[in-house]
Design a protein around this ligand. Structure first.
Ligand code: FEO
Length: 394
C-alpha cells in the first residue's frame, strides 16, 4: 500500500500507474506516472487534497478507507480538474455522499460538464481559508498552470503547499514518496520532460503563481505527480522558475531526421564541431525514432538547438516539422537555433525551417548550412561556422 506520512496530519494516499503507455494519449511513460493525493487531518474535520484517475479507483478508495479508519472524509479539495486527478470523483461521491467539494468558481462548470455534479460544492476565492479545527487550508488562485481552474492549497500550520501539476513530473514512485528518502535525480530530468510537454506554453502564468507564493513559508511541496519535494524544494523551484523564463543551460540539442544517412552525417558533423568548440553538453536525437517528449524536455533544459532536415515532398521532413511546430505552439523563447538541411533536387527544408521561427523571440544564427545529395566542402565550412557561432552564444 502506498500510504506514507508527510507529517502526523498529512498523509500521502496516491497511486502509481505503470501500465498506461501514453499520458494524454501523447506522451510516453517509460517509468510510469503517479497520481498523488493527500489526506489532511484536522481536529474537527478531514480533507482530501486532489484525487486520482478512474482506473485506480479500488486501490485509491482502499487507501482513503485505511487512513480514515472507516470514517468519511469531510472535504475534497480540487486543485485541478483534469481527469487524471478527478476521474475517481463519481466513485468517491458514491461511497461518501456527504463529501463537500472545495474548488474555485472556474471549477464549477467543469464539475457539471465532466460529471454532472452540481451539489455539495463549496466555492473559494483568492486567499480564502477553510478551517479543519486546528489546521487551516488557504486557497491561492493560479489560473492557467495549466488549466483555467488550477489553484494551490496551503496548509498554514505546517508549511505544506499543494501545487497540483506545478513542480510535478512523470515517473511512478518507487517505494518512497519524499525526496529525502530516494535517489531523486531521475525526477529532475522528468520535470523538464513533463514541463516541456504539458506546461511550457504557460510560463507567464507559472511566473505569476511563483510571485504569489513567494511570501509563504513552505517546507513541503506536494504535487500531483512525482516526489514530494522537501530537501530539494529550493532546487526544484529554481529549475521551474528558469524553465518558466525559458532560460537554458549551456548545451545543445541536435535534432535531425534522415532517410538514407546523408542528413545524419550533417548532424554528426555539427555535433563534432560543437564539441571542438568546447560545448560539453550535447544530446542528439533521431526524430524518426525518439518520442517527442524527450526532445521537448531537453530543449527546455538546454539553450542551444540545431535542427537538421532533408527536403521531403518539397517540405521539411515531417518529424522535424513536428518538433518545430511543437516549439512554436509552446511559445519558444530565448533559444539559439542553428538550421541545416539537405535536398536531392529542390532545396526547401532550410528555407522553410527558418520561416517557422521568423518573428519569434529566438535567434536563428547565420550561417545556415545546406548540401545537395551528399556531403560537400561548402556545407562542412558552413556547419563549422555555425558551430563556432553557436558555441560563442551559449
Ligand atoms: Fe495531472 Fe493537468 O493533470
Amino acid at each position: 500500500m502506498n500510504i506514507k506520512n508527510i507529517s502526523d496530519r498529512v498523509i500521502y494516499c496516491g497511486v502509481n500507474d505503470r501500465t498506461t503507455d501514453l499520458f494524454e494519449g501523447l506522451w510516453d511513460l517509460p517509468t510510469g506516472v503517479s497520481y498523488n493525493s493527500y489526506v489532511v487531518r484536522g481536529s474537527d474535520a478531514s480533507a482530501i487534497i486532489d484525487a486520482s484517475d478512474s482506473g485506480h479507483a479500488p486501490e485509491y478508495l482502499h487507501h482513503i478507507e485505511e487512513i480514515l479508519g472507516g470514517c468519511a472524509p469531510d472535504y475534497l479539495v480540487i486543485n485541478h480538474m483534469e481527469p487524471d486527478h478527478s476521474g475517481v470523483l463519481p466513485m468517491l461521491l458514491s461511497r461518501y455522499p456527504a463529501l463537500k467539494l472545495v474548488c474555485n468558481a472556474k471549477t464549477v462548470d467543469m464539475l457539471k460538464g465532466f460529471y454532472g455534479i452540481e451539489s455539495n460544492v463549496v466555492v473559494m476565492a483568492e486567499g480564502e481559508t477553510l478551517s479543519l479545527g486546528d489546521r487551516t487550508l488557504q486557497f491561492i488562485m493560479t489560473p492557467m498552470v495549466h488549466w483555467p481552474e488550477t489553484m494551490f492549497t496551503y496548509l498554514q500550520e505546517e508549511g505544506v503547499l499543494f501545487t497540483g501539476d506545478a513542480l510535478g513530473c512523470f515517473g511512478a514512485l518507487n517505494g518512497a514518496v519524499i525526496d529525502d528518502d530516494m535517489a531523486s535525480d531521475h525526477y529532475f530530468r522528468e520535470v523538464y520532460r513533463y514541463y516541456g510537454c504539458i506546461v511550457a506554453k504557460y510560463g507567464t502564468f507559472v511566473e505569476k503563481a511563483f510571485a504569489k507564493i513567494a511570501p509563504l513559508t513552505v517546507d513541503y511541496i506536494c504535487t500531483t505527480h512525482g516526489p514530494v519535494w522537501h530537501s530539494r524544494r529550493e532546487e526544484i523551484c529554481g529549475q521551474y522558475a528558469r524553465m518558466s523564463r525559458w532560460e537554458g543551460n549551456p548545451g545543445v540539442v541536435v535534432a535531425y531526421g534522415s532517410m538514407y544517412g546523408n542528413t545524419t552525417a550533417m548532424a554528426e558533423e555539427i555535433a563534432s564541431r560543437l564539441a571542438e568548440n568546447g560545448v560539453r553538453d550535447i544530446v542528439m536525437y533521431d526524430l524518426s525514432r525518439t518520442p517527442l517528449s524527450h526532445v521537448l524536455g531537453e530543449v527546455m533544459r538546454l539553450k542551444g538547438l540545431v535542427m537538421v532536415s532533408p527536403t521531403y515532398n518539397s517540405e521539411i521532413y515531417p518529424p522535424v516539422a513536428h518538433l518545430a511546430d511543437a516549439l512554436v505552439a509552446r511559445g519558444v523563447k530565448n533559444r539559439v537555433i542553428g538550421i541545416a538541411g539537405s535536398y536531392a533536387w529542390g532545396s526547401q527544408s532550410v528555407r522553410k525551417l527558418v520561416a517557422k521561427f521568423e518573428g519569434k523571440p529566438v535567434e536563428v544564427i547565420a550561417p545556415t548550412a545546406e548540401m545537395k545529395q551528399a556531403m560537400i566542402d561548402a556545407a562542412k565550412d558552413a556547419m563549422a561556422e555555425m558551430a563556432s557561432v553557436m558555441a560563442a552564444k551559449l
